[in-house]
Structures are given as structure tokens and as C-alpha cells.
Design a protein around this ligand. Structure first.
Ligand code: PGA
Length: 256
């Protein structure tokens, strides 16, 4: 049976009130015992507490969009993994391409964050993906290989079960131009092979999400592609009806 994790990355959008409105609509679409598809909401830090009140008792999970790898201390403006855990988060996105681009995060920092998230008993969603320039220069697979090797360095076999990889071609994020099914299939196949090389025991089971302009028009075909284990959804996750459609389109493939 195929497994999916559909995550909404709300980025720097929503006040607490807006976040409560969106999450109430999403919650209303799924019965309390819903368990066909794993659903994850990643609001901005300032809205996590409010959203947690709304989704309490449901199977909808909460995640952070980022964290710092140190446990505590004089790091003004940063948020620790323990703080997010205490707010009820189960997952944390690390290495999103916007963090790489605007906040200069590199694979080494992302690796430190992923290891720290796992040590804090949370689950990292580790984002990788090539830029348009890298794709045009034929470097896509080199980039994916380097990012995987560097970001997954020193992660133990036991912990490898808890990670999710999000393949997000940078050129497809927020552009309305998703990668084609053929591009997604070959990238996910490549990532799967590397995961099996790095983690012979659990590499086959690790979820690989696709992210980049997923919406209601393309979700069904994307989620049907081999080795696609869900979606990391940005813009469309702020529109409850569309996000609900994306989740429901995954149900088709788990045999519901
Ligand atoms: P998008 O963003 O769905 O708006 O393209 C995806 C992401 O950045 O995770």
C-alpha cells in the first residue's frame, strides 16, 4: 500500500486569525479518525499555537518551517527544536530553497539541523533541488547527489526511518510551472537509488515528496508517479479547497 505525506508550507503568510480560519476549513473536510493520508500543516511560528488548538484531537499534524540547531542560548530571533516540539510539532522543514537562497543556508547547516531535529525526536523534511541554471547546464543529478550526501551525513540507520526528502526543483517553486511527470519520475528514481545506497536498510521506504507548483490541476498525475510519496505544497496550501483536493487526490492511489 502506498503511503503519502501531504504537507502545507504556509511560508511567511497568515496572522493567527487567518491561520485559524484556514485550518478550521481543512479540519472540517476530514473526520476525526481520518488516517488514509498523513496531513501536515506548517504555519509560521506565530500561528502554530492557534492552529494547534483548532486541530487538536484530529490526525492532522503540525510542523515548523525552520529551526536552529543549537538547543538554547543567545541566538536572537531563532527558534529551537524543543520549543517546536512543545508546541506540538512532529515535523520540521529544513533546507527549503528559500532558506538556502535568502538566508544563505548551505548543506552543512542543513545537515546540522536535520541531525538536531532527529535528536530532539522530531522528523525532518529535508529539501533538495536544482536551480534552473543548474538544470540547463545538465547538473541536476550532480546537485541532487551532493545535496543528499551532504545533508544526510552522519544520520544513523535507525534515524533514517524518520526522515522525509522533499524534491523541489527551485525553478518550479511559486512559478505555476511544475516539473513534468517525466522530470519528476527521473529525479525521484535517482533520489531513491541514492537513498538505498546511503541507507541500505530503510532507503526503499523513505518518503520522497515532490514540491513546486502543486495544485488541483496536476496533483493527481504527480502523486501517481512511482517513488512520489506526497507533496510539499506552498501557495496552494493557503487555499483550503485546493489543499483538500490535493489530499483527496492521493486517496485514489492508496486504494480507497
Ligand atoms: P509552491 O511552493 O507550491 O508555491 O510552488 C512549494 C514550496 O516552496 O514548498
Amino acid at each position: 500500500m502506498r503511503k503519502y505525506l501531504i504537507a502545507g508550507n504556509w511560508k511567511m503568510n497568515t496572522t493567527a486569525e487567518e491561520a485559524m480560519e484556514i485550518s478550521s476549513k481543512i479540519k472540517a473536510a476530514f473526520p476525526y479518525d481520518y488516517n488514509k493520508i498523513a496531513i501536515l500543516l506548517c504555519p509560521p511560528f506565530t500561528s502554530i499555537h492557534s492552529v494547534s488548538g483548532i486541530i487538536q484531537g484530529t490526525s492532522i499534524a503540525l510542523g515548523g518551517q525552520n529551526c536552529y540547531y543549537e538547543p538554547k542560548g543567545a541566538f536572537t530571533g531563532e527558534i529551537s527544536i524543543n520549543m517546536l516540539g512543545h508546541l506540538g510539532c512532529s515535523h520540521i522543514i529544513v533546507g527549503h530553497s528559500e532558506r538556502r537562497k535568502y538566508f544563505h543556508e548551505n548543506d552543512d547547516i542543513i545537515n546540522k539541523k536535520a541531525i538536531a531535529v532527529l535528536s530532539g525526536n522530531l522528523k525532518p523534511i529535508i529539501c533538495i533541488g536544482e536551480t534552473l541554471e543548474e538544470r540547463q547546464e545538465g547538473k541536476t543529478f550532480d546537485i541532487l547527489q551532493t545535496q543528499l550526501e551532504q545533508c544526510l551525513k552522519n544520520i544513523s540507520t535507525d534515524n533514517s526511518e524518520k526522515i522525509t526528502i522533499a524534491y523541489e526543483p527551485v525553478w518550479a517553486i511559486g512559478t505555476g510551472l511544475a516539473a513534468t511527470p517525466a522530470q519528476i519520475a527521473e529525479a525521484h528514481h535517482f533520489i531513491r537509488q541514492k537513498l538505498i545506497e546511503i541507507f541500505p536498510v530503510h532507503g526503499q521506504q523513505i518518503l520522497i515528496q515532490y514540491g513546486g507548483s502543486v495544485d488541483s490541476s496536476n496533483c493527481k498525475s504527480i502523486l501517481g508517479i512511482e517513488n512520489v510519496g506526497g507533496a510539499l505544497v506552498g501557495g496552494a496550501s493557503l487555499k483550503p479547497d485546493v489543499f483538500i483536493d490535493i489530499i483527496k487526490s492521493a486517496e485514489f492511489y492508496v486504494g480507497v
